[in-house]
Design a protein around this ligand. Structure first.
Ligand code: CTP
Length: 423
């Protein structure tokens, strides 16, 4: 069906050998490429705009930082360099893996915007080996080398943020190691869509997915957090897995997908999905309204808090004996407030005999074009579970039943069902 690429970030102290390993990946594998950075520095010699760098002005760069255009950026010797998020996402969506060879700080920034990025830390056998290598290059003064070693100490202290570690003792072994990581990442199911061999078991469930090609889909996911003070909050048990699975399904179907997620346990969509992190119901509304223009479908899988504390205390509320009460007021219904030229899918988690009637009433109240009903009272389904089942209901009273399966399977069935109805 479809395979989106991996975002591989290779980092480590200067002199660790990361650039050699990054080149090795791009030279060895099909559909692997370096990212093209944007920079404020002037082109040198034959450098071509859009190939070696995107050359932009200082003002443009500052505006793009404001607009969260970069996955990471840094200032080096008075010029700024950044990795453009949209460019990377488009490459990944077209099946290319993108290799970034950047510093440790940049790698950590990338992981925040793209949690599914694979971070590899490269280090020689020990501190003395690194020092010897830097001296052996004969390019830097002793003072520069001292600066690089100090930077290395800081960088190594951030090692825990990485996914893989390569101890670079010899070129051949390290090349083999990085190939192994890359190959394993390419075999991961996440980012692979639903494999053709698996579709063959239930092909009719996947009919309709093709109608999402080239469309724009906005998915909300996870719980929201309504803060009581700077530490405590009101929230719910939503894991975010259903939202991430839906983002993956629409991406695999060929749509351009944005995932707006509250602070969920699961927040690692494929790198080709734009991830926007929000906290409260009010933040979620703002983020969705900013991004709904041009969208074809809004999938409202988020479990938005229905109540929020009336006031937020700053700092940390002290413990005291006895009772306390917190005044709550209801939050705005985000879905009901979303108006525009797009279809909407609501989610309804319902208990008891009247489940279907309540889900249908919700669809009408919120002006949605469909609602996915899942039952909280059936064993092994719903929030915090890895499986789900239910049915997609439409305003004309019809329904498409989605059989039980992993949330990823259910997400593909929902996307296909909507593709059949909304095309
Ligand atoms: N929803 C929303 N804004 C809210 C609450 C819910 O947009 N403040 C959306 C959810 O994302 C979901 C749908 O509305 O798609 C149904 O959510 P649910 O919590 O089941 O419905 P509520 O309106 O909160 O009704 P109730 O709590 O009575 O079930």
């Amino acid at each position: 069906m479809f395979s989106s690429g991996t975002l591989m970030v290779i980092a480590g102290p200067s002199g660790a050998g990361k650039t050699t390993l990054a080149h090795h990946l791009v030279d060895t594998f099909d559909r692997a490429t370096f990212s093209v950075s944007a920079t404020t520095r002037a082109p040198r010699g034959e450098e071509a705009d859009g190939e070696d760098y995107f050359f932009i002005s200082h003002d443009e760069f500052a505006q793009k930082v404001e607009d969260s255009f970069f996955l990471e950026w840094a200032e080096v010797h008075g010029n700024r360099y950044g990795t453009p998020g949209k460019w990377v996402r488009e490459k990944l969506a077209s099946g290319y893996s993108v290799v970034l060879d950047i510093d440790v700080q940049g790698a950590i920034q990338v992981k925040k915007s793209v949690p599914s990025a694979v971070l590899v830390f490269v280090l020689p056998r020990g501190r003395n080996v690194l020092l010897k290598r830097l001296r052996g290059r004969n390019t830097d003064s002793e003072k520069t080398i001292e600066g690089r070693m100090e930077a290395a100490d800081w960088e190594v202290s951030r090692l825990g943020a990485f996914d893989y570690f390569i101890q670079n003792c010899g070129l051949e072994q390290s090349q083999h190691d990085i190939e192994t990581i890359f190959t394993a990442e390419r075999m991961k199911l996440s980012g692979m869509g639903w494999p053709d061999a698996a579709i063959e078991f239930v092909p009719e469930k996947f009919t309709g997915l093709e109608n999402w090609k080239g469309k724009q889909v906005l998915v909300s996911s996870g719980p929201t957090r309504e803060m009581i003070d700077d530490v405590r909050f009101i929230s719910n048990r939503s894991s975010g897995l259903m939202g991430v699975s839906l983002a993956e399904a629409f991406l695999a179907a060929g749509a351009e997908v944005t995932l707006v997620s509250g602070p969920a346990a699961v927040m690692n969509p494929p790198g080709a999905v734009e991830l926007v992190r929000v906290q409260s119901a009010a933040d979620m509304k703002r983020a969705l309204q900013e991004r709904c223009r041009g969208t074809d479908l809004l999938v409202m899988a988020a479990a938005v808090s229905d109540y929020a504390p009336e006031t937020r205390l700053s700092g940390k509320l002290k413990r005291s004996e006895g009772k306390m009460s917190i005044a709550l007021s209801s939050t705005e219904d985000v879905l009901a407030s979303m108006k525009g030229n797009f279809r909407t899918l609501a989610f309804a988690l319902e208990y008891g005999d009247e489940a279907r009637g309540r889900a249908e009433a919700k669809m009408e109240r919120k002006g949605a074009d469909a609602v996915f009903l899942n039952r909280g009272d059936l064993p092994g389904q719903g929030m915090e579970s890895s499986v789900n089942a239910g049915s997609v209901l439409f305003p004309d009273g019809s329904e498409i039943i989605v059989p039980a399966g992993s949330k990823k399977f259910v997400a593909f069935c929902i996307a296909a069902a909507l593709g059949r109805r909304f095309s």
